[in-house]
Design a protein around this ligand. Structure first.
Ligand SMILES: *[C@@H]1O[C@H](CO)[C@@H](O)[C@H](O)[C@H]1NC(C)=O
Length: 248
């Protein structure tokens, strides 16, 4: 309790330093939520955020949800089990993928992964490994998806299979940077793909086999939550962006 109160006081001090809130809000911040309710007057700071107009509805199934909000909900694994992107978001996702945004988001994730790897105390026995997914992690299928509505068209296994056969998918530059850094540090990259599998447990099962064989999974990177969830996940997971498709 004391520490919770300390935290809001610290937050109030931060806001005061940033000059972002008036004295009345700051004094309210120093109250506990119980005190706020008992006090009755005024409102907790969160309620001062701009209210959302209009009626509710499920994200992505309602015409008005902005595509960037849809993307947020997808990337945080809140919206699941979707088969295509909302039709109205095709140009948004296309711009995101083809412009600088996708690359910047990938860079932010890989910067963290590299910093984390560089900070690890390695045992020096060659047992530390890092798990990489393939599609939209090691390799980019953007050349394919750019011709198929960036995920707006339903998945077609025949067409995608033919594309995979071409073996033309480029490496993702940010992931390549992590891969090269890990090799230099002495961490072994392990590449796992569920391409030929239809069971969600496949990847966690393969990670378990690595651990059973004495390897230590220090990191795990993928574009799908199903790449990352399921014990053993690895000591840290890194989620790359992918607003084009969902694999559960
Ligand atoms: C996949 O694409 C091929 C070639 O355009 C088409 O003939 C086939 O019907 C499609 N399959 C599905 C399930 O839509």
């Amino acid at each position: 309790m004391a520490s919770a109160k300390l935290l809001v006081t610290a937050l109030a001090a931060l806001l005061a330093a940033a000059g972002g809130a008036g004295a009345r809000e700051l004094s309210r911040l120093e109250m506990t939520s119980a005190e706020m309710i008992a006090d009755g007057g005024g409102m907790p700071l969160i309620h001062m955020l701009r209210p959302l107009r209009g009626s509710g509805g499920r994200l992505g199934r309602r015409a008005g949800v902005p595509c960037d909000s849809w993307r947020f909900a997808v990337e945080t694994n809140s919206v699941r089990g979707w088969s295509t992107i909302p039709a109205r978001c095709e140009s948004y996702v296309g711009n995101y993928m083809m412009g600088g945004h996708y690359r910047r988001d990938s860079r932010a994730v890989v910067d963290e992964a590299v910093a984390y790897a560089e900070g690890l105390q390695l045992a020096g026995d060659g047992r530390e490994v890092w798990v990489f997914d393939v599609d939209e992690t090691t390799l980019s299928n953007l050349p394919y998806y750019a011709k198929h509505g960036f995920g707006a068209e339903p998945y077609n296994s025949t067409l995608f299979g033919a594309y995979v056969q071409e073996a033309s998918a480029p490496a993702l530059p940010e992931t390549k940077r992590l891969y090269d850094r890990l090799l230099a540090l002495g961490i072994k990259p392990v590449i796992l793909t569920g391409r030929r599998e239809d069971k969600r447990e496949f990847k966690s099962g393969e990670r378990q086999k690595l651990e059973d064989a004495g390897y230590v999974i220090v990191g795990n990177i993928g574009d799908q939550w199903s790449d990352l969830l399921g014990a053993p996940e690895g000591a840290r997971t890194f989620k790359l962006p992918d607003p084009m498709y969902y694999i559960g």
